[in-house]
Ligand binder design. Structure first.
Ligand code: PLP
Length: 362
């Protein structure tokens, strides 16, 4: 078997141990005589699988009891609408900080339903930093304030000191940093993440909502499937949930727990990111595109400054087993996504390869 180092932004690498466990249980889960894929979601066996996944989310992220953990469908992108529909009900307005394409899409979608106030943006410098805000910039009547915690495409992330100082409920898209670094759940009203970056296969979205924000009341016309209250009441099983995806997510969560949890993974992630950023800072050919203080631990964009050289690098990297290193189609250059499942040696070998490429293409 030969596995590549996959630097894809998502869907992305899964831990080999998880894939092997899923493979071993593929045709028969436990002594159930069936695959998880074939199980009724109303069966006792499946209930145990989803309950275990929820319990692990709570344990790993230290989710307090006054929050509901849900496994939903429609990707992170469906939350762009669900959030205003469920939270934008009092004053029908919200503050958004535009730190990249995902935040922009979320704001544009919310604007279809409520008034959106774009408080700050880093569009002026191609989203290469996180804007500093202060409490005076926020609307005291906003129903919530929205941020994208880690900007997958541009490679920036929030640090504690830039989290908005607002009285409004904080909402964060943590799709590309969930369980990669410690996040204090209690600071947020909603945290959500598409699974395909750091948690498992595409098709499941983890949504964590503080209970006082879940009410029967939603904006007029809100589809039943977009109501948090429906999913809360039905334990994420109002309809058939993505059963197999939730099962694999449970395996990934167990892997995270076995590794020592987020605290230990964050140390490894910081080490991995440092190896790559240190090299970018010392290289004459490759340059990181993000200001040092806002650099993501998960997505590391870089360029040579020459499109042809970029393309040559991407092609040679692929031929050498480092795949999906091309930057997002909207920004070009390169991007190495180094999620939890990427081992340190994958990053070390990539840097070795970059050094060799630099020497050969001076
Ligand atoms: C990938 C991504 C999304 C989109 O997720 P889908 O599940 O494809 O809808 C949204 N936000 C962020 C930060 C992402 O990285």
């Amino acid at each position: 078997m030969s596995r590549v180092y996959n630097f894809s932004a998502g869907p992305s690498m899964l831990p080999l141990e998880v894939l092997e466990k899923a493979a071993a249980e593929m045709t028969e889960y436990g002594s159930s005589g069936q695959s998880v894929m074939e199980m009724s979601h109303r069966s006792k066996e499946y209930q145990a699988i989803i309950d275990n996944a929820e319990a692990l989310v709570r344990e790993i992220m230290h989710v307090p009891d006054n929050y509901t953990v849900m496994f939903l469908q429609g990707g992170a992108s469906s939350q762009f609408a669900a959030i205003p529909m469920n939270l934008g009900i009092k004053n029908k307005k919200a503050d958004y900080i535009i730190t990249g394409q995902w935040a922009k899409k979320a704001a544009d979608e919310a604007e279809r339903y409520i008034t959106v106030n774009r408080v700050a943006s880093s569009a002026d410098k191609t989203f290469s930093y996180i804007p500093q805000t202060d409490s005076s910039m926020f609307d005291s009547e906003a129903d919530y304030c929205y941020i994208c915690y880690n900007n997958t495409i541009y490679g920036t992330h929030y640090t504690e000191n830039k989290i908005p100082d607002t009285k409004a409920t904080l909402v964060a898209d943590i799709s590309s940093c969930v369980m990669a670094e410690e996040i204090d759940v209690t600071k947020f009203g909603i945290l959500y993440a598409g699974a395909q970056k750091n948690l498992g296969p595409a098709g499941v979205t983890l949504v964590i909502v503080r209970n006082d924000l879940i009410t029967e009341e939603t904006l007029d016309g809100t589809p039943t499937m977009f109501k948090y209250s429906i999913h809360q009441k039905n334990g994420s099983m109002y309809n058939t949930p993505p059963t197999y995806g939730i099962y694999v997510l449970g395996l990934v969560l167990q892997w995270i727990k076995d590794k020592g949890g987020v605290k230990e993974l964050q140390k490894i992630n910081e080490k991995k990111a440092k190896i790559l950023y240190d090299f970018l800072d010392s290289s004459e050919m490759f340059k990181g595109t993000v200001v040092p203080e806002d650099r993501s631990l998960m997505n590391v964009p870089f360029v040579t400054g020459n499109d042809e050289l970029d393309a040559k690098f991407v092609a040679e990297a692929k031929a050498n087993g480092f795949i999906n290193i091309k930057g997002h189609r909207s920004v070009g250059g390169m991007r190495a996504s180094i999620y939890n499942a990427m081992p340190i040696e994958g990053v070390e070998k990539l840097v070795e390869f970059m050094k060799k490429f630099e020497a050969e293409n001076k």
